[in-house]
Design a protein around this ligand. Structure first.
Ligand code: ATP
Ligand code: MG
Length: 1032
């Protein structure tokens, strides 16, 4: 939706289709009867009536001058068009500006906007709106704001020097303008360049009734300071200057020269003109006025002379040229063909020479001005030089449309030729882009019927045969060229061409319409008669005097060589042809957009739509031709997503959302809508609809569906709203219930915990009391935790004697448990035990029964394993043989002490199953039958002495044996076990008595000392000192 200037609501593109009876179509391609000029104009009229001044022909913008300020150019409007697709919003000059800008940014291609239309149609305004749009919406840094300001300020300066009030337009541009705006890679304006074409110089010396000279003259006189005017020799009264009053209207109500002067002065400063340059420029302006007031009279000899001396003085001062030289230049002509000879001019000739000089001076000053502005707009910052390569350009062409007057001169010829060329370009590029779009979308191109105006362009510019070539030839040939001979030459060469007619060549009917000094060109936009009168005189320029000027601008503009050279300068027509060719080349290298301006009436009145005038322009702008080319294929094309988005509600298959490929969605939709195959084509990304009718029917269907759709939407919206509300409430209820439950549970847990803690503390206090309600929880807990500790951490092995401390109530149970546990472990241990180990253990048990707590060396012996025999293979074979069947079960090395002298002798003690035997090498020294062994004595100390007591009355036995051995505990245990004398082992504290011989006794006394010592004592006792053990 768009809110119009007067608060009215205008709907966008497609929406407007339904309201087309009121505001017409926004795009002419949607006109049902697109070949009808009347329908075209009617559409324009309707829209104009609604203050809708813009309409599209495809991508071409047609603009009708409203002649009043519409509120559609605000910053808010600019923002609305920024980045929005061309067709999504109503037509506007900003849409074209934005579209062009975005195309430049995204496709990185230079663009140009061609603005055409006849005088007063709004071209310059359009170009200014575009420039303002860029100045406002493009990103700008501080640095670039200077360039932006200069770009904007170049307009008032150029308008002051190049615009004038004409009958058609109070601010008519009297020159063609092409302006390049250069953007950097970020899209910020960084420079500009202006090309100017064909300034209407004749206006300097002559204006038609009701018209004025260029604005600058009036601005200077009205706004210039008194000092300045005096210096220039000027009076503040335009009526005093002949060149300013030809049209008899130096003052115009719509123009405020005084304030415009201020604007121009400020603009000149912004652009960067130096004071001296401004001064030189004003000198030229003033000198033109003085030239205009320079009068001629006849001297005494009939020669022409200047009658206004003060003017001559001012002129020579302002232009910086020598007075006499100037006088001579204005009254004499130099005959180049005859050397340095000069000949006097007639009165008329002198007037013409004066006017020619005025025109030339002004014209060149204008060219200099443009060059100067270009210097100031030039992109030259070193910081940004690197981005130069990536910069892009948008060109703006503001040039006249076709002009047809009563009398059409060389200027009209150039303008119309220029338009002919631009139409050529339009046809070429439009068809090309149309063809490219079809190709990109994969749609077959069907040839379009249109009028190609190349034939007319050729007629004008073809080499050797064309109009301009003939004109050149005529000017350059020796002798005086004449208009008549030129016309004849044209007839000779161009006669018979379908687009060229003269009075002589025409048939009866046309002959009346073409004068004798005229030729007619049949342009693509219509027929125009041109007069050849003065055509040739217009082609050369008087530049003699100005070449030697002190005025910097003039001396730069007029080169000396130009004056002295013998070569004839290029004719104005050729100059124009060449500059036009260059312009076309520039435009061809860019992607064009078009703005076609139309003026609705000649009276500059708002709200008046003069159909005849508009029809004339529609014809001359070639708009019907534009439309025909555009409509040759398809009237409407839109990207799939946009099309589907708009019309999806018309088909159940695509409503409310299409999930598949867009192309399939559109195919489903159009099938449902009953489109016939010839009515549309599906491209790669777009649907093309051939006739507007098809689209209108679809749009009508959408309109009809709208109430139902609105109802459905309303219902579903209400349903959605209620559902959402219900969900919200439901969620709230569930949430609060859940939260309540959670908090209750938490509180319960907390209460429970507090209770337990309380019980625990109370129980702890009463722990030593009988079981009672106060301590039962604590006691149970104690019991439970004792039992759980046991379960979790029971004793690991039979040797592990750790056991948790039981609570008093469980002391007895704990003992039972401990015992059971031990038994269990022992049982398990025993089950696991090996036979050798069992034997070892049995022996150790016997040893413990005998020695535990009795003999000091016992504790040391506990960890040392008993072995099967200490002798290994050291048995003497002979001894083995002697023993025969009695197998040796254990053998150990011992020391035997004699009973009398206590002499120590090494022996082996061998134990068999029924006796023990002492062996010395191979000899059996003493055999002790186990049955005869009475007892065994050992001391309680750490020594290794043992005494085997045997009965002395037995002759076979040699009496008691005193032995010493390192393994006394092992030997005694084995012997006592084998001999079954476990109860016969005596452990004596300090002495052992033993029988020496019958009736005789020996004694061994034991004492503790630092080391083992064995010695014979005084009383015949054997003294043994046993080493004391270190206290453990
Ligand atoms: N969009 C617009 N809104 C309001 N007024 C406009 C608009 N366009 C043009 N005008 C009015 O029309 C006048 C003439 O417009 P403009 O000078 O742009 O015409 P032009 O086509 O450049 O004519 P010329 O060929 O003579 O230079 C402007 O001075 C202005 O008053
Ligand atoms: Mg203009």
């Amino acid at each position: 939706m768009e809110v119009g200037g007067e608060g009215r609501v205008h709907r966008v593109m497609e929406s407007t289709l339904t309201a087309r009876d009121r505001v017409g179509v926004q795009d002419f391609v949607l006109l049902e009867n697109y070949t009808s000029e009347a329908a075209f104009i009617e559409n324009l009229r309707r829209r104009f009536g609604e203050k809708l001044i813009y309409t599209y022909i495809g991508s071409v913008l047609v603009s009708v001058n409203p002649y009043k300020d519409l509120e559609i150019y605000s910053k808010a409007h600019m923002e609305r068009y920024r980045g929005v697709s061309f067709y999504e919003i109503s037509p506007h000059i900003y849409a074209v500006s934005d579209n062009t800008y975005r195309a430049m940014r995204t496709e990185r291609r230079d663009q140009c906007i061609l603005i055409s239309g006849e005088s007063g149609a709004g071209k310059t305004e359009a170009s200014k709106k575009i420039l303002q749009y860029y100045a406002t919406t493009c990103p700008v840094t501080d640095h670039m704001s200077t360039i932006r300001d200069r770009l904007l300020q170049s307009n008032p300066v150029l308008e002051a020097f190049g615009n004038a009030k004409t009958l058609r337009n109070d601010n008519s541009s009297r020159f063609g303008k092409y302006m390049d705006v250069q953007f950097d890679f970020r899209g910020a304006p960084i420079g500009g360049h202006i090309l100017n074409y064909l300034l209407e110089k004749s206006r300097v010396v002559h204006q038609n009734h009701g018209e004025r000279n260029f604005h600058i003259f009036y601005q200077l006189l009205e706004g210039g300071e008194q000092d300045q005017l005096s210096k220039l020799g000027l009076e503040r009264n335009a009526q005093k200057y002949h060149y300013l009053v030809k049209g008899c209207c130096p003052r115009v109500s719509s123009i405020n020269d005084k304030s415009d002067w201020k604007t121009v002065r400020k603009a000149l400063t912004v652009i960067g003109f130096h004071e001296e340059e401004v001064e030189d420029l004003l000198n030229i302006i003033a000198s033109v006025l003085h030239l205009g007031n320079t009068q001629f009279g006849e001297g005494e000899d009939g020669e022409t002379q200047i009658t206004t001396e003060p003017q001559l003085t001012y002129l020579s001062k302002l232009l910086g040229v020598d007075g006499p030289a100037l006088r001579e230049a204005l009254t004499h002509k130099k005959l180049t063909a005859k050397g340095e000879e000069v000949s006097p001019l007639s009165f008329e000739q002198a007037v013409a020479a004066r006017d020619a000089l005025a025109k030339a001076v002004y014209g060149r000053a204008f060219t200099w001005l443009v060059a100067k502005i270009n210097q100031s707009l030039a992109f030259k910052d070193e910081v940004y030089n690197s981005s130069k390569g990536s910069s892009s350009v948008i060109g703006l062409l503001d040039i006249y449309g076709f002009e047809v007057f009563q009398h059409n001169s060389f200027e009209q010829f150039c303008i119309n030729y220029c338009n002919e060329k631009l139409q050529q370009l339009f046809i070429k590029l439009t068809l090309k882009s149309e063809q490219e779009e079809y190709e990109a979308e994969g749609i077959t191109w069907e040839p379009v019927k249109y009028f190609d105006n190349k034939i007319i362009c050729d007629l004008v510019e073809e080499k050797h045969k064309g109009f301009i070539s003939i004109l050149d030839e005529e000017c350059l040939r020796p002798g005086e060229p004449s208009d008549i001979s030129f016309l004849e030459k044209l007839e000779d060469t161009l006669g018979g061409h379908a687009h060229f007619v003269t009075h002589k060549l025409a048939n009866g009917k046309t002959r009346k319409a073409v004068g004798r000094e005229e030729f007619r060109l049949i342009h693509y936009a219509g027929e125009v008669n041109y007069t050849v009168n003065g055509e040739l005189a217009n082609q050369s320029v008087n530049s003699r005097t100005a070449g030697s000027s002190d005025n910097q601008i003039l001396s730069q503009c007029f080169h000396r060589e130009e004056v002295t050279t013998q070569k004839r300068p290029e004719t104005a027509a050729t100059q124009f042809k060449n500059s036009l060719a260059k312009l076309i080349e520039i435009l061809m290298s860019k992607e064009p957009s078009y703005v076609r301006c139309i003026k609705p009436n000649d009276a500059k009145q708002s709200g008046r739509f003069d159909e005849a005038l508009v029809r004339h322009q529609v014809k001359y702008l070639g708009l019907m031709e534009n439309l025909r080319v555009r409509r040759a294929g398809f009237a409407y094309r839109r990207r799939y997503e946009a099309f589907l988005q708009r019309y999806k509600s018309l088909c159940p298959g695509t409503w409310p959302n299409w999930q598949g490929r867009l192309a399939d969605g559109v195919a489903t939709l159009v099938q449902h809508l009953g489109y016939k195959p010839e009515e549309y084509k599906l491209g790669k990304t777009k649907i093309f609809i051939r006739f507007p009718k098809t689209l209108f029917t679809t749009e009508d269907a959408l309109e009809a569906r709208r109430p139902a759709l609105a109802l459905t939407l309303q219902t579903s919206w209400r349903g959605y709203r209620e559902r959402a509300k219900y969900h919200r409430i439901r969620n709230a209820v569930i949430q609060s219930a859940w939260r309540g439950m959670k908090s209750r549970r938490k509180a319960r847990r907390r209460r429970h915990a507090a209770e337990i803690i309380r019980k625990f503390i109370k129980g702890f206090i009463y722990r030593h009391y009988e079981r009672c309600p106060e301590n039962e929880y604590f006691l149970d807990h104690q019991r439970f935790s004792f039992l759980m500790t046991l379960v979790r951490n029971p004793p690991k092995s039979v040797l592990d004697k750790s056991w948790p401390v039981p609570p008093p109530s469980l002391t007895e149970a704990s003992e039972h448990l401990c015992r059971l546990c031990m038994q269990n472990m022992m049982r398990a241990y025993c089950r696991r035990i090996q036979p050798e180990w069992k034997k070892q253990m049995e022996q150790k048990v016997v040893a413990s029964q005998i020695f535990q707590d009795q003999k000091d060396s016992y504790p040391q012996s506990v960890p040392k394993l008993f072995v099967a025999s200490r002798l290994g293979r050291e048995f003497n074979l002979k001894v083995i043989q002697t023993l025969g069947n009695d197998k040796v079960k254990y053998g150990v090395a011992v020391t035997k002490y004699d009973r009398r002298g206590y002499k120590a002798r090494p022996r082996q003690l061998l134990l068999t199953s029924s006796f023990a035997v002492l062996v010395a090498e191979a000899k059996l020294k003493q055999r002790i039958d186990y049955a005869a062994l009475r007892s065994i004595s050992v001391s309680s100390l750490t020594d290794g002495f043992m005494v085997l007591h045997v009965p002395s009355e037995d002759n076979k036995q040699k009496s008691d044996v005193v032995l010493q051995c390192d393994h006394v505990i092992e030997v005694v245990t084995k012997l006592a076990t084998m001999a079954d004398k476990k109860n016969k082992v005596n452990i004596s504290q300090d002495s052992i008595k033993f029988a020496v011989a019958r009736g005789k006794e020996g004694v061994i006394d034991f004492t503790s000392g630092s080391e083992l010592k064995v010695a014979k004592g005084k009383k015949g006792h054997l003294l043994v000192t046993a080493p004391q053990l270190n206290p453990r």
